[in-house]
Design a protein around this ligand. Structure first.
Ligand code: PEP
Ligand code: MN
Length: 421
């Protein structure tokens, strides 16, 4: 009943939103303004605001119902470590990798792909259901939990039948809401824990959408996995980490456990340590790292898999930091520094606002004199001069370019609005 009334409200809200935008478009571009359209526009906008404020709690779209990690996983020591080969290849490869990993004493969950989503059709596509027997044997030997990638209802059925502990959804599946919905339907009525990798493309809404669909199917044992994103030029990474996206996910769903997959971000062994450390320093709760008893012979992802020994060395190099401290002196000092930051931020915003007012003045001046918004020479000069000055102040070049671009974009937007009037 409650859901129905929320749906109705959303419907009315969206209808008004559509009405309002159509009306605004009419108002701005299509029809000569008359008092009826203008009044309707004002009315609709006031109503929109009213609805948004009134139903803010149900507008908060990304509320997931999550069972905390320690309620379903015997897990006290941070971080949660998942490891194992990219693919199960043979009984010996799987069992020997697992035995060596178990000796390190740090791996809670053993991963192995049985069905491999490969880009080219002639690549190794996994051993399929043959692998279940090997996973069963390895679990009996080592006590590690098992995790397998699923991409369709048939995979889920097989995993449940063979008592796999945890499922994960791969990046190539998360992109497709049809597949995710089918998976969600197949999960209904089960209590399977599910890990959802980010989609291949850097779209947080697809990731959230997948998590929501799985959650709506009644799955509360959820983990998100950050494995990086496809980018045309992702160098030096195989998949660009774009850390802002997992950080935004944490902000939107603080209750959702988030772990990192440094293997698929790095694509090689050299970057694994820095990516893993960064993930832990960003408060991610664990790592999924690919390992193989003989990586150079691996049938998939052979450049990024560590030997169990290499894996253990990597983990021992990582610094595990706390996300809080009880030390009073530390807290006072931190607060003092943070208040300095806040003062600086306020000053920066004041300056930006001042800048934008001048931008508006210039916009009007250009319009009156029939001069284009952009003068590429001037923009080039700003970049050049600011880079020299910023460099002297110790600011990073890439950061400066990004910052200048955002400010410039906003200035152009402002002047475009003035030109339209
Ligand atoms: C994997 O974990 O082996 C895998 C296929 O990962 P992704 O979905 O991140 O590419
Ligand atoms: Mn892999």
């Amino acid at each position: 009943m409650e859901t129905k009334s929320k749906t109705n409200i959303f419907f009315i809200y969206n209808f008004l939103l559509l009405l309002s935008s159509l009306n605004t478009a009419t108002y701005l571009f299509l029809l000569p303004t008359n008092s009826v359209t203008a009044n309707l526009s004002i009315f609709v906008n006031i109503f929109r605001l009213y609805i948004s404020v009134l139903f803010l709690p149900c507008m908060k779209e990304f509320k997931l119902n999550i069972l905390p990690l320690n309620k379903w996983l015997d897990f006290s020591d941070r971080p949660l470590i998942i490891s194992g080969p990219c693919s199960a290849e043979s009984r010996d490869q799987l069992v020997n990798t697992a035995k060596a990993l178990a000796e390190t004493g740090i791996v809670k969950i053993f991963r192995a792909g049985l069905w491999k989503p490969r880009t080219r059709p002639d690549s190794f596509e996994g051993v399929g259901i043959r692998g279940f027997e090997w996973l069963k044997e390895m679990k009996a030997l080592t006590g590690m939990l098992t995790a397998v990638e699923v991409a369709n209802p048939e995979h889920i059925e097989q995993c449940i039948k063979h008592e796999i502990d945890i499922l994960w959804i791969g990046a190539r599946t998360t992109v497709n809401p049809f597949s995710i919905q089918e998976i969600a339907e197949a999960l209904k009525g089960t209590d399977m824990p599910v890990m959802v990798k980010n989609p291949v493309n850097p779209d947080i809404r697809l990731w959230l959408g997948a998590l929501e669909r799985i959650n709506n199917a009644g799955i509360c044992k959820l983990i998100a996995i950050h494995r990086g994103f496809y980018a045309y030029d992702s160098k030096p990474y195989r998949n660009a980490p774009i850390w802002d996206i997992p950080i935004e996910l944490m902000r939107l769903c603080p209750e959702l456990p988030l772990i990192c997959d440094p293997s698929h971000i790095s694509g090689n062994l050299q970057l694994l340590e820095s990516v893993s450390q960064k993930a832990l320093d960003l408060e991610m709760q664990g790592l999924m790292i690919e390992t193989h008893i003989n990586p150079s012979k691996a049938l998939s992802d052979n450049k990024q898999q560590l030997t169990p020994k290499g894996f253990s060395e990597l983990i021992s190099k990582l610094v595990i930091r706390n996300n809080f401290s009880d030390n009073a002196e530390f807290k006072t000092k931190l607060e003092e520094l943070r208040s300095q930051i806040d003062t600086n931020d306020a000053e920066m915003l004041r300056l930006l606002s001042k800048r934008m007012k001048i931008v508006e003045q210039i916009g009007n001046y250009k319009k009156d004199n029939n001069i284009t918004i952009l003068q590429i020479k001037r923009w080039n000069n700003i970049i050049k001069e600011s880079l020299i000055f910023g460099n002297k102040l110790g600011l990073d070049k890439e950061f400066l370019i990004k910052l200048l671009r955002v400010i410039h974009e906003e200035s152009i937007k402002k002047q475009t609005e003035i030109f339209k009037k």
